[in-house]
Write a protein that binds this ligand. Structure first.
Ligand code: F6P
Length: 342
């Protein structure tokens, strides 16, 4: 078989580990050939490819990012997009596609599968918000990066008796904020799933100062205060209709400074959370997803997404992965609340 591979959406550590596993097993065990499509769905749409064989995947296991490039291209927003993809695949003799991506990339894969394109999906996102899989790779790396940042911020916050607000990624789901906040011993954690009361947060901050330690507030970029104010850099939408977030940390630091009379600063971790080498957990998960994905393609088991259930890798219908976002349940937030302000 001739198999195309693409990576779409926001990049995340572990993408190269998936590509390597797919190609290594595909070539050595099954004798398949591979074509790399560049920059997500833009590759099949515009027919932009690069060679993808054993030589091309050597040494990429620990490398962050994606050797194939990525984009947030949505072929369903482009006139004749689907027809262009189909004809480009036919022209290059591609029998099947492995699409590695999050909600948006796999949403496109689901629709293409329904339109007769042979495709399997591998879930990725640092946000860990895809349903049907317990974890996505990239999440563990992002949480560790954020945790290390919080560890460092504790010591400098204490030296200066100031509040430090750490803004982490997480548009609709606060998994990174929750896990990094718990692991880093944050004094308040704010998630998109639950609007927060600034006065209550200021109360936690005051309480923490009373212990002679300095407060660390972890806020997900999509978190919103009760008043319904949303801090946006701009209103620009991407091809999947997402606004670009950012700014809540800065805004909150200002509000806390005003209310507590103590200096507050904001740190925005941003894309640092998506860069660099994956953790061991993410390398293993990504590798296992890749191995299962090539097995699925080899068996002609299309329209499936790889998923982690407990410690097993299983295949689920592609549509199950993107049907609804996996957000943080209230009881998980309640666990963390025990530590707020103390
Ligand atoms: O979906 C992954 C993610 O990193 C989100 O956490 C974040 O909101 C978004 O991508 C940022 O997108 P961009 O890379 O386009 O700035």
């Amino acid at each position: 078989m001739r198999i195309g591979v693409l990576t779409g959406g926001g990049d995340c550590p572990g993408l190269n580990a998936v590509i390597r596993a797919v190609v290594r097993k595909g070539v050595t065990t099954y004798g398949h050939e591979f074509v790399g499509f560049r920059d997500g769905w833009r590759g099949p749409l515009d027919g932009v490819t690069r060679p993808l064989g054993i030589a091309e995947v050597r040494g990429i296991l620990p490398r962050g990012g994606t050797i194939l490039g990525s984009s947030r291209t949505n072929p369903f927003k482009i006139d004749g997009g689907v027809e262009r993809i189909k004809s480009n695949l036919a022209e290059r003799g591609i029998d099947a596609l492995v699409a590695i991506g999050g909600e948006d990339t796999l949403g496109v894969a689901t629709k293409l599968d329904e339109l007769g394109v042979n495709v399997v999906g591998v879930p990725k996102t640092i946000d860990n918000d895809l349903s049907a899989t317990d974890y996505t790779f990239g999440f563990d790396t992002a949480v560790n990066i954020a945790m290390e940042a919080i560890d460092r911020l504790h010591t400098t916050a204490e030296s200066h008796h100031r509040t430090l607000v750490v803004e982490v990624m997480g548009r609709h789901a606060g998994w990174i904020a929750l896990h990094a906040g718990i692991a880093g011993g944050a004094n308040v954690i704010l998630l998109p799933e639950r609007q927060f009361d600034v006065d209550q947060v200021a109360g936690y901050v005051e309480k923490r100062f009373q212990t002679q330690y300095s407060p660390i507030v972890v806020v997900a970029e999509g978190a919103q205060p009760l008043e319904g104010q949303m801090q946006l850099h701009n209103q620009e939408l991407d091809a999947f209709g997402h606004v670009r977030l950012g700014g809540i940390g800065q805004w909150l630091a200002g509000q806390l400074e005003q209310r507590t009379g103590k200096e507050a600063r904001a740190v925005v971790l941003g894309h640092v959370q998506r860069g660099g080498t994956p953790t061991a957990f993410d390398r293993v998960l990504a590798t296992r997803f890749g191995l299962e994905a090539i097995d699925a393609v080899n068996e002609g088991d299309f329209g499936r997404m790889m998923a982690l259930r407990g410690t097993d890798i299983v295949r689920v219908p592609l549509a199950d992965g993107t049907r609804e976002l996996k957000t943080v349940p209230l009881e998980r937030y309640t666990e963390a609340e025990v530590f707020f302000g103390s």
